[in-house]
Design a protein around this ligand. Structure first.
Ligand code: NAD
Length: 334
């Protein structure tokens, strides 16, 4: 199918997509960023990337981008609604829009003969019963989405499966666990912010009075949810490895995490140590859609693609996030 030179990155103004765009550029690829700035920031898009403010709901606008860049060889699809909690309150926004937007993108790709695709999928596919919860989650575990958000990602995986069979689409679905951390010039700035590490760091910056822990009665070592945190640069690197292996892989799914789970309380404690701030915590009710434990087995991607995280420990992940938040206390508004 030839060499990959130009990659279209949807959601490339968002947290993970903007880091992937940078790493792609550093690796020598040309990059086209497509984003409607629903959550993303124009300032997060690397200056060397081509930029198109387009909503994936607008197929004609997407067609114009592909017509302007007929040399796009592959697509990395980060753009989506991403909030588990919101998806429990507004399920159709997720079940419909995440699916339709991905289908629009795939339809326009097929029209232009672009047959390489990498999906941002999620650990929310694995809301597993208790007997599965004390072992790292492999790709063989049953798919039990924990929310309409997770279900919407599974829908898209099914679409990819069928387009592989019907049209020879080559795809990799990367099911990431909790993305965290920052590059010096590229960090996490969501509104609303729902992710634990940036919220905790906002307390350390004096922007919030306390952090709320959603439930301390889960069946875990300290009663709070266990999650597997993965540095955003390690995630982005996995995308590049997947891109380079896409033509030989054909169709593949990988779970992506560090294989170590940390409780919410342990994350807060780590942030206290790194920031020197007491970070007061308050216990609140459970958040609907949150599984108790999510820890990845990434053996498959390590073995098949040689993925090796550079920041496997929570300490270095939180430290990199803290450095970014301290330097950009108002996020990309600075
Ligand atoms: N952050 C995590 O921990 C995590 C974990 C698992 C999976 N994911 C997935 O990774 C991807 C990126 O996550 P993120 O944390 O960087 O989210 P993000 O919200 O920062 O980035 C998503 C980007 O997509 C854009 N977007 C949304 N809808 C769009 C549309 N209709 N048209 C064009 N652009 C649109 C937003 O403006 C935003 O810039 C998402 O698909 C998310 O579901 C994230």
């Amino acid at each position: 199918m030839g060499t990959i030179r130009k990659v279209l990155v949807t959601g490339g103004a968002g947290y993970i997509g903007s880091v992937a765009a940078r790493l792609l550029l550093r690796a020598g690829y040309a990059v086209v960023v497509v984003d409607n700035l629903y959550q993303g920031h124009r300032a997060a898009v690397p200056p060397q990337a081509h930029w198109a403010r387009v909503d994936l709901a607008d197929k004609n606008a997407l067609r114009a981008v592909f017509a302007q860049h007929p040399d796009v060889d592959a697509v990395m699809h980060f753009a989506a609604y991403t909030l588990v909690g919101e998806s429990m309150a507004q399920p159709l926004k997720y079940l419909r829009d995440n699916l339709v937007n991905a289908c629009n993108l795939l339809e326009v790709m097929l029209e232009h003969g672009v047959l390489r695709f990498i999906l941002s999928s999620t650990a929310n596919l694995f809301d597993l019963p208790p007997e599965h919860q004390d072992q790292p989650i492999t790709e063989e575990f049953p798919i039990i989405p924990g929310s309409p958000y997770g279900e919407s990602k599974f829908f898209v995986e099914r679409v990819l499966h069928w387009l592989h069979r019907t049209h020879g689409l080559k795809y990799v679905s990367l099911r990431y666990f909790n993305a965290a951390g920052a590059l010096p010039d590229c960090g996490e700035d969501h509104d609303p912010e729902t992710h634990l590490i940036p919220l905790v760091l906002q307390v350390a910056l004096g922007q919030r009075s306390h952090i709320t822990i959603f439930g301390d009665d889960y069946p875990t070592r300290d009663g709070t949810c266990v999650r597997d945190y993965i540095h955003v640069a390690d995630l982005a690197q996995a995308h590049i490895l997947a891109l380079e292996a896409l033509d030989t892989l054909g169709a593949r799914h990988y779970n992506l995490g560090n294989g170590t789970g940390y409780t919410v309380k342990e994350v807060i404690e780590t942030a206290r140590r790194i920031t020197g701030h007491p970070i007061p915590a308050v216990i609140g009710p459970r958040r609907p859609g949150d599984p108790a434990v999510l820890v990845a087995s990434s053996e498959r991607i390590r073995r098949e693609l040689g993925w090796a995280p550079q920041y496997p420990d929570l300490e270095s992940i939180v430290r990199s996030a803290w450095e970014w938040h301290r330097a950009h206390p108002n996020g990309y508004e600075d």
